[in-house]
Ligand binder design. Structure first.
Ligand SMILES: Cc1cc2nc3c(=O)[nH]c(=O)nc-3n(C[C@H](O)[C@H](O)[C@H](O)COP(=O)(O)O)c2cc1C
Ligand code: SF4
Ligand code: SF4
Length: 293
């Protein structure tokens, strides 16, 4: 049985999980960022896997665009794995609807908890008064998460091999659906999201598309040595080097690869990342991110 696994990853968590799935399933691994160049994406395999990080309780904008381009998937067994730091929320339901519009059926959607790689409110009462800070995870916390993730992946492999049908993990569904019903996502949440991203203007973009403008909050500090890693690692070519300094072009995916992989920790996002430990999955290297595995 032929299997293709498409993946998107900013800091290597989803790539590490995609690799762990690919080996026992004898799957080909394809980077979503590369597959998007085609007008239509026709996997042509019996099983199709999609591995991605959960963003803002749903899926990354780039994964939405990818799923909208899928064609010829009517007969394929489709499974999705979302790596997350807190909760997969309704990511799989959201993806299942897009896949249904593309003519397919998402048979299995399962989350894998991994280190959280983004900014969030500081813990406790401080969180009410401070800007969002970059989450830090200690090596021992990471080791526990990776050990649990290995077990979860082994279970997913068994489920995929058994062809399990219509098992979509979902958490906080009622709250998420209520927030959609009240249109909070496109109003209040969108304005908070854009504020975190440093964008001061108004936009008609839908909430999921607003990530493109959130690169306004990136700045580069004096540690920058002009190596160009940030521009090379960006999955969507959002960074141009001008006088050997990165400049963001406002079609960002907000994957945090530039900030997390900069060898000098010279990229900051707002005021909540300075002095905070950078993260990437320890088994994934910069060259893994730059080349297709
Ligand atoms: C823009 C952004 C939004 C995120 N939103 C969520 C979220 O809503 N829920 C969650 O549990 N984790 C969230 N995360 C954390 C990631 O899903 C998690 O760390 C993931 O494993 C990162 O995978 P990667 O290394 O493959 O990029 C978010 C991360 C980013 C960068
Ligand atoms: S990766 Fe870091 S040091 Fe290298 S050019 Fe980008 S900001 Fe500067
Ligand atoms: S600019 Fe940075 S955060 Fe935005 S897509 Fe590129 S690497 Fe990811």
């Amino acid at each position: 049985m032929s299997t293709t696994i498409y993946f998107f990853s900013g800091t290597g968590n989803s790539l590490a999980i995609a690799r762990q799935l690919a080996e026992p399933l004898h799957a080909d691994l394809v980077a979503i960022k590369d597959s998007l160049r085609a007008a239509e994406i026709r996997p042509g395999s019996d099983r199709v896997g999609i591995v991605f990080p959960v963003y803002n309780h749903r899926i990354p904008f780039i994964v939405k665009r990818f799923a909208e381009k899928l064609r010829g998937i009517e007969q394929a067994y489709i499974f999705a794995v979302g790596t997350y730091g807190d909760s997969p929320c309704i990511a799989f339901e959201y993806l299942a609807n897009i896949i249904a519009n593309s003519g397919g059926r998402l048979s299995l959607g399962q989350g894998v908890k991994m280190p959280y790689n983004y900014v969030r409110p500081a813990d406790g009462i401080r969180g009410l008064f401070q800007p969002f800070v970059l989450k830090e995870t200690t090596p021992s916390e990471q080791a526990l998460l990776f050990a649990a993730a290995e077990k979860t992946v082994a279970g997913i492999v068994c489920d995929v091999q058994a062809g399990k049908q219509t098992v979509l993990q979902m958490e906080y569904g009622t709250i998420e659906h209520l927030s959609d019903f009240l249109n909070l996502r496109e109003t209040l949440q969108k304005s908070v999201w854009l504020k975190i991203g440093g964008y001061k203007g108004k936009t008609d973009l839908a909430s999921i598309e607003c990530v493109q403008l959130m690169d306004h909050a990136f700045q580069v500090n004096e540690r920058c040595v002009g190596c160009g890693t940030c521009a090379k690692i960006c999955p969507v070519g959002d960074i141009e080097l001008v006088d050997r300094r990165p400049q963001w072009q406002h079609h960002c995916e907000q994957c945090f690869a530039c900030l997390q992989w900069c060898p000098e920790a010279a990229i900051e996002f707002g005021s909540g990342t300075a002095g905070r430990e950078r993260y990437h999955h320890p088994a994934i290297s910069r060259s893994d991110m730059l080349n297709d595995p």
